[in-house]
Design a binder for this molecule. Structure first.
Ligand code: FAD
Length: 230
């Protein structure tokens, strides 16, 4: 079974397949494990999302992160320091209330708090322009590199192959079925190919004639000096 992409998603899929006894799993990564968008993530972990799918994935992630060190032998740097959204107008607050109702249906610990309460949590905050804040105390931070390396390490230990520096250049399809992939270093026959190519998933999908609704958007990362108050 070929998995295209060695980001957190590809490595997690490889681990979970190997754990369930799937043999001959190989991840093909054109660069190095975790070097794609995974390496750019801030590390925020939260169940405060607007859709059922995201909320359920996040709750499962929180469960995995709590036991990560025991399960993977790698400390993911998981810190449940909470996640705070700042709300400065009524319209935004109404939007949060709809999400909160959905999140609570799935047991997420999330609440609307006053600006004063937000200030008590983060004393460095200026809160005079806020009307409320939304606080999820179970949320927090984890290290994207650590998590990805944990999945990759355990996947390898369970027999999966993870190969770096190999790009998939074509997906062979015959009779409506996937037959394998062609890469910069040769061909691999496989009846199943998993597209875990992150922001380039649409491009990889096109290799098999499949339309994948992934539309990457360029975002920005700003580096600052440390804020002692935080
Ligand atoms: C602990 C953690 C915390 C996070 N926190 C945040 C956060 O605070 N905010 C946020 O916005 N997101 C966060 N994220 C999510 C992150 O930003 C990315 O969305 C996520 O890591 C993407 O993973 P991926 O495996 O789908 O994609 P990628 O990491 O991009 O992996 C895809 C891989 O596919 C490879 N690839 C592509 N095409 C080919 C090909 N043809 N052949 C071979 N290889 C190919 C690429 O080289 C790349 O390495 C977090 C993720 C983690 C793990």
């Amino acid at each position: 079974m070929v998995i295209i992409g060695g980001g957190v998603v590809g490595c997690s899929i490889a681990y979970n397949l190997a754990r369930r006894g799937q043999r001959d799993v190989v991840v093909l990564e054109r660069e190095t494990v975790g070097s794609g968008t995974t390496s750019k993530a801030a590390g925020g972990i939260r169940a405060q999302f607007p859709t059922e799918t995201e909320i359920r994935f996040s709750l499962e992630s929180l469960r995995v992160l709590k036991n990560f060190t025991e399960e993977f032998g790698v400390d993911p740097g998981f810190k449940q320091i909470g996640y705070l959204f700042l709300v400065s107008d009524e319209k935004a607050l109404r939007g949060f209330e709809t999400r909160i109702a959905l999140q609570k249906r799935f047991g997420v610990d999330v609440r609307v708090i006053t600006p004063k309460d937000a200030h008590a949590i983060v004393p460095a905050l200026r809160v005079d322009d806020l009307i409320a804040a939304v606080w999820g105390p179970q949320d927090g931070l984890a290290g994207p590199a650590e998590v990805t390396q944990g999945f990759a390490k355990r996947a390898r230990e369970l027999g999966a192959g993870i190969v770096e520096g190999v790009e998939v250049t074509a997906i062979d399809v015959a009779g409506g079925k996937v037959r394998g992939v062609r890469t910069t270093q040769g061909e691999i026959a496989s009846p199943v190919v998993v597209n875990a190519a992150g922001p380039t998933a649409a491009r990889v999908g096109r290799l098999a004639g499949v339309s994948v609704a992934v539309f990457p958007r360029r975002r920005h990362i700003f580096f600052t000096e440390p804020f002692p108050e935080l």
